[in-house]
Design a protein around this ligand. Structure first.
Ligand code: ATP
Ligand code: MG
Length: 361
């Protein structure tokens, strides 16, 4: 079986460090590993509209921002198909059929949907489209026969639902769809990177982000404003690591080699943490190390972004071509689905013959 990746992001804002460690970094590594036959990366504009229906301009503006972030992070259109969800209408048709295979209560129990409804204060006014977006994600994944979906931890319930839909579809209509596996970051700190305010998840919607396209000044400002340990008032005070953002970010980003280079007084990050816990290490020193570490990731991205920013028509052309390729792939799956569901009336000569025979006098 071919090894295929599908993943993506909602164009509701520029991409941030949470996206990078949760999924984007992995995509670039997998792309360059050569181990996958096909890689599809989707800008989920239709999904973004499920909770931004009244703000289409925001979605439109952010499509190009996300594309620039992808290219600057190292996604290569020669190896990865980057496309825009709404330009592949086959996905909407698949979702329409999959909706029959899921119950309302099953979606209501989905913990990610629950959290997101609360976060958006939808309460009694949940748009039907928003409610159904886990089903539409199942169509995005299965349309490309994806075997692997590299995402952050918040997406685990979505992939689970997709797997259930695949099972149910294949049971009713015969073996048709490929069942995907989730690929989570292997580093615990990357599963769900907290916001700089210490809140559970760095998220565009919560405004607690450091963006991949931030200037060095903005990155520094973001790091300096990070939530640390409110009890660690003086340098000599013993410190606490739980929920301490700079340390969590160092876990996510800092390599042993970088500790040696930027903080040679420590053998390892663990030794630095022990010093903090003991007392005698100030937040400023930790934050300075983090800023240096982040800059190593972000500086090359900024450089690539500056180049692509000068060729915006070229970037749209990448998206147009990618959307064409994606559409052709999804159309093949849709053909199989229609056939399995017995709604392929006009390309089934046997059906016409059979019905004609029934009525022939
Ligand atoms: P929104 O608030 O509009 O939902 P978001 O910041 O949650 O935006 P998404 O576009 O929903 O971002 O997520 C895209 C991908 O990035 C998903 O794979 C998701 O798991 C991952 N991701 C997003 N935020 C984080 C985070 N803080 N830590 C790890 N992974 C994340
Ligand atoms: Mg999200």
């Amino acid at each position: 079986m071919e090894k295929i990746i599908l993943t993506g992001d909602r164009p509701t804002g520029k991409l941030h460090l949470g996206h990078y460690v949760g999924s984007l970094k992995r995509r670039v590594e997998l792309q360059n590993s050569g181990l996958y036959d096909k890689i599809f990366v989707m800008i989920a504009d239709a999904q973004a509209l499920t909770d931004n229906a009244d703000n289409p301009e925001k979605v439109r503006q952010n499509v190009i921002e996300v594309a620039l972030d992808y290219l600057s992070a190292g996604l290569d259109p020669e190896k990865t198909t980057i496309f825009i969800q709404s330009q592949v209408p086959e996905l909407a048709e698949l979702a329409f059929y999959y909706m029959n295979l899921v119950t309302v209560s099953r979606v209501q129990r989905n913990p990610t949907v629950k959290t997101e409804i609360k976060m958006r204060n939808f309460e009694q006014s949940i748009p039907v489209g928003f409610f159904c977006y886990p089903v539409s994600q199942a169509s995005d994944i299965t349309a490309f026969n994806a075997t692997t979906v590299p995402v952050g931890e918040d997406q685990a319930p979505m992939i689970e639902l997709t797997r259930e839909i695949v099972d149910r579809f294949n049971m009713i209509y015969g073996e048709t769809l490929v069942k995907p596996e989730i690929l989570l970051p292997d580093n615990a700190a990357c599963l769900r990177l907290p916001g700089i305010d210490g809140k559970a998840k760095m998220s565009k919607s919560l405004g607690n982000c450091i963006y991949l396209s931030d200037t060095p000044k903005q990155v520094k400002k973001g790091v300096n404003s990070m939530y640390t340990d409110p009890l660690h008032l003086n340098i000599e005070d013993p410190g606490h690591l739980e929920g301490n953002c700079p340390f969590i970010y160092l876990d996510a980003f800092c390599t042993p080699e970088q500790v040696k280079r930027y903080a040679p007084q420590y053998e390892s990050l663990d030794e630095m943490k022990a010093h903090y816990v003991r007392g005698g290490l100030g937040d400023g020193t930790v934050k300075k190390l983090l800023t240096q570490v982040l800059e190593e990731t972000l500086a090359p991205m900024r450089e690539r972004r500056a180049i692509y920013e000068q060729d915006i028509p070229g970037v749209y052309e990448i998206l147009r071509k990618g959307s064409e390729t994606a559409r052709a792939a999804a159309a093949q799956t849709l053909d199989r689905v229609r056939k399995a569901m017995k709604i392929n009336y006009f390309d089934d000569p046997a059906l016409i013959k059979e019905q004609a025979a029934r009525y022939k006098k």
